[in-house]
Design a protein around this ligand. Structure first.
Ligand code: ARG
Length: 240
């Protein structure tokens, strides 16, 4: 009898061990090439990274696509388990959530419209004042531009809206992270990139402060992906 019970218990633990848990991942899929929609599916560098981390941890990824400024509240109210969204690990955000080891270094760039006379004297972050400048609500670019005085900050819900406004000369510059910035300039004639001296930023995966174990698991899975070459392959695919 004892043996039978033991056998049954081993069976039970095997079953629960093999069970794939769900990992609810929040993002805002309007941030090429980190996350964007293709035929209604969330794809991109971050998407592939978290899918690979999920595989290592035996977790199935369930995507929740939402507004960028809704991500941190969703994490805190446990609607999602993690955020991967090209999210910069800022000291301000660290007060509310934990961040994984950084996986990408970025910085802010200015995009100007060379066909707009009023855009032409923008040559640096310091020369933004006395212009209308587009940013995306809640992005680090919004924070950086909002620090300047005598500036008309126009906040948009998404980067493409800000770019459209730049093309139609309603704003004279857009400030956004380097990778999406390069892509908008590549795809829209007349736009030009200006680099800034705003401090570099590190993208990390955000996890609730209460979920220490998940943060550790994500870090070790990430390290494995770096060591086995998967991470480098992703970098090459998206950035080289
Ligand atoms: N790096 C910037 C930030 O953390 C912008 C991130 C935008 N990401 C997105 N998926 N829309 O504020």
């Amino acid at each position: 009898m004892k043996k039978l019970v033991l056998l049954f218990m081993t069976f039970l633990s095997l079953v629960s061990f093999g069970k794939v848990e769900k990992l609810y991942v929040g993002t805002n899929a309007e941030f090429y090439p980190f996350e964007y929609l293709e035929d209604g599916k969330i794809v991109g560098f971050d998407a592939e990274l978290i899918e690979a981390i999920g595989k290592k941890l035996n977790k199935e990824i369930i995507w929740k696509n939402m507004a960028f400024d809704g991500l941190l509240p969703a994490l805190q109210s446990k609607k999602i388990d993690v955020i991967i969204a090209g999210m910069t690990a800022t000291p301000e955000r660290k007060k509310f959530v934990n961040f994984s080891d950084p996986y990408f270094v970025s910085n802010q760039m200015i995009i100007i419209n060379t066909t707009d006379e009023k855009s032409k004297d923008i040559t640096s972050y310091e020369s933004l004042p006395n212009h209308s400048v587009g940013v995306v609500l809640g992005y680090t670019g919004d924070v950086a531009v909002s620090k300047l005085e005598n500036i008309d900050v126009q906040r948009f819900n998404g980067a493409s809206e800000a770019i459209m406004s730049l093309i139609s000369k309603k704003v004279q510059a857009v400030v956004i992270d380097s990778e999406p910035a390069k892509n908008y300039v590549k795809n829209n004639k007349g736009l030009k990139l200006i680099s800034t001296d705003i401090a570099k930023e590190e993208y990390s995966i955000a996890v609730s402060k209460e979920n220490k174990k998940l943060a550790e698991d994500i870090n070790s899975a990430y390290k494995e992906l770096v060591n086995d070459g998967t991470f480098e392959k992703l970098i090459t695919k998206y950035f080289k």
